[in-house]
Design a protein around this ligand. Structure first.
Ligand code: SF4
Ligand code: SF4
Length: 358
């Protein structure tokens, strides 16, 4: 079954939210909603972080967003990715710059994301070069890309040969709930892709080949407990489809991009922000992903995380916010750029690319 597109990008629709500055105005009560919420920096000051500033712990992950092109167009996508985003794709020059940085510095993990990263023509070469450097490679694969074209059918073998850790979104073990967020046909193709990945050893004992699934809520609510969700996903996927996976990461939907559009259109924006704020967990602050990650955009700019990237909030190191000016020491001592969307990372048990943090 082929995947039906759930929507078009904000960019293609000419939606005002495709302007990142406009999104920041909304989040700060200056457009659409006049609701003003306590500043996130004040919340972390009260949590014991001096002057409301957050510093990196160590740079352990280079997260490379290779482009916005995707074979899906999910309703809640924080990247505003989709088949219509053909322009924004990382060129070889910026991949080369990433490899140069990875060769020079002790950054053990490369986390490849998109869009659908596999659609970038340099994807396989980049994975192989990272492996030659001895890096641990993670790839955020949307699963359906494997079935989207015969030329991608061998991706499971390619991933296995290169010991790539796979992280894949599957909002629910019910087809209805997954398809409502990601597009009709996505669940069916996701299950087939998971079976192919299982077939080469992913999610199986003693192979060392890891596939982790990502659950995110299908509406304006916080995720439930990760351990309970993982157990239920494992039980349901095994029973119905004979699918195995390693871990489930429960992540919170960030109030940006297409999820922000959904919140505003459904009248849930203010109550969702208040839910995030009421659930602020001081214990989650230390584990947020910006403390061990540098995020790179398709055009080579540097960000504290993929969310800041999508709001065009570059790293706070004037004159050194591009791969071509990468300075490990300066980046290690920067102040992380914070804004109101950061409440999404610290609500409840916290949320990062690797799931709950507290
Ligand atoms: S698969 Fe991922 S990148 Fe593609 S539209 Fe969906 S959420 Fe966005
Ligand atoms: S949104 Fe980014 S910068 Fe803000 S707390 Fe989360 S990871 Fe850090």
């Amino acid at each position: 079954m082929s995947v039906h597109q759930r929507t078009k990008s904000l960019h293609a629709r000419g939606n005002a939210l495709s302007d990142t500055f406009f999104q920041l105005k909304v989040l700060n009560g200056k457009e659409i909603s006049d609701a003003r919420f306590p500043a996130f920096s004040d919340a972390i000051r009260q949590a014991g972080f001096a002057d409301g500033r957050l510093k990196p712990a160590a740079i352990e992950i280079l997260q490379v967003n290779v482009g916005k092109l995707c074979n899906q167009s999910c309703a809640h996508c924080h990247v505003d990715a989709g088949p219509d985003r053909r322009e924004e794709n990382m060129a070889k020059e910026n991949f080369d710059r990433c490899l140069d940085i990875l060769a020079r510095y002790d950054i053990p993990t490369v986390d490849i994301t998109g869009g659908a990263p596999e659609l970038n023509p340099h994807f396989r070469w980049f994975v192989e070069e990272c492996r030659k450097l001895g890096k641990h490679v993670m790839n955020r694969c949307n699963l359906t890309v494997i079935l989207s074209n015969p030329k991608y059918r061998d991706l499971p073998q390619f991933f296995a040969e290169n010991r790539v850790e796979i992280v894949s979104s599957l909002p629910h073990y019910s087809a209805l709930r997954t398809d409502s967020q990601r597009g009709e046909g996505v669940f069916e193709d996701s299950v087939k892709a998971l079976q192919l990945l299982n077939g080469v050893g992913y999610g199986k004992e003693n192979t060392g080949l890891k596939i982790n699934l990502v659950y995110n809520p299908t509406g304006a609510f916080l995720p439930g407990g990760q351990a309970g969700l993982e157990a239920e996903f494992k039980r349901q996927l095994k029973r119905k489809y004979d699918v195995d996976f390693n871990h489930l990461y429960a992540i919170t939907n960030m109030p940006i991009s297409r999820f922000l559009e959904y919140l505003l259109e459904s009248g849930n924006y203010e109550s969702y922000m208040q839910t995030l704020i009421d659930a602020f967990n001081p214990g989650a602050v230390a584990g947020v992903m910006c403390r061990n990650t540098i995020s790179v955009s398709w055009d080579g700019y540097l960000y504290d995380c993929d969310f800041n990237q999508m709001l065009d909030l570059k790293v706070n190191v004037p004159g050194r916010a591009h791969l071509s000016d990468f300075d490990f020491e300066t980046l290690s001592n920067r102040d992380i750029t914070l804004n109101q969307h950061c409440y999404g990372c610290t609500a409840g048990a916290g949320s990062s690319c690797g799931g709950q943090v507290a």
